[in-house]
Design a protein around this ligand. Sequence first.
Ligand SMILES: *Cc1c(COP(=O)(O)O)cnc(C)c1O
Length: 476
Amino acid sequence: MRYLSTRGQSAPQAFCDILLGGLAPDGGLYLPESYPQITRAELDAWRQLSYADLAFEILSKFIDDIPAADLKAIVAKTYTADVYRFTRNGGNAAEITPLTKLEDGLYTQELSNGPTLAFKDMAMQLLGNLFEYVLDQRGQSINILGATSGDTGSAAEYAMRGKHNVKVFMLSPDGKMSAFQRAQMYSLTDANIFNIAVRGMFDDAQDIVKAVSNDAEFKAKYKIGAVNSINWARVAAQIVYYFQGYFLATKSNDEQVAFCVPSGNFGNICAGHIARQMGLPIAKLVLATNENDVLDEFFKTGVYRPRTSAETSVTSSPSMDISKASNFERFVFDLVGRDPAIVRELWAKVDKGEAFDLSSTVHWQNRERFGFVSGKSSHIDRINTIRFAQGRYNVMLDTHTADGLKVALENRIPGVNMVVLETAQPAKFEETIREALGAEPVRPAELKGIEALEQHVVVMDPEVNAIKQFIVEHVQ
Ligand SMILES: *Cc1c(COP(=O)(O)O)cnc(C)c1O
């Protein structure tokens, strides 16, 4: 399997060659040259498999440059009931991403039972093990530099902690994350994890990462890498739980399922799109946004208008607060018939902060066959949905999943089971749970009191040179 750039001007690569990198050299995103097609016989056989065995079968279709026995071992050590042990609502940890039934035909799929209680652990834990394996094989090392407003940074740290040949430098906005999120990241004591709290906002932290990444000489000399959501291996890992959700929500492979996905950078739902392209019987992919509705607007109008940071609101579902969706280019590549010249033209506009409009094109007319519908949610919708789910189903939802349920309820298809992907646990977003329910969210016993642990973080000004200096001093 070779990987192509959506912009068509980079040489095709093998899986391990794109694993450690980010964008293709031409600025595009990598995608497989074609989507493997799943036969009915495979689907029937896969229904019986454990999550790890299912992950091996699916990932084997995309990864042909790691020997099968090694890939199998990596996947087996990633997807264990122990790693994803924080189940709720009676979920069976052995299923890794179990369903919670809300009512007939309506489910949530628990994707946030991993160490940081958000769905990013599903892919990031695999990435940690893949990185360690490939770096060992090649005798290389990497220094991961990232910026986080919460979920990504903690997922990356818990995936990379203690791994050989990997160090993590994670910038976070000083004082802007929840006490729980700070405790999750800053209480780690692993020698390869460095937390840097930047005096400023998330954008200031992000700008530093961009500035360092644009310094090609520094980047090469200090082996700076990233684990952001455009990483292809993260998307690939996420395909697996769509298959698992389908098997758990159906009795036979003659049935169809709809998935509703709380979306930000389009990474999660991009994996659903690929699962559907592979032949998984998905009736609809329902995309849910919060107040930052750039994607809902696109699926309603055909116009994609990236926002400025001034136009982007800080909401109570903060992991969906995006101004543009970094994985969206992958979907648009498929939508325009995989023509890289069209993608180049469209992203020449996006990269200048301009909008593009597909509404009068044949591609937009063809969009039906991709199965997307969309909707949006606001703070008051979120509060009402958290109350509704608690009252009607006795299930406590986090704010992002509440956005998903709100939009799912507007898009149900008679006779088709709807699965809302649960992207985080309510424990991560205590303040809004208190506002909605007047109660504290449930938290896994193991994580009680983590706010009291000693924290390891340095606070720095948002100055590129100072942060580069910090990295230089700590990579040796
Ligand atoms: C990252 C995140 C999302 C958005 O996922 P994308 O892949 O960026 O669309 C939604 N909910 C939570 C809790 C997240 O952490």
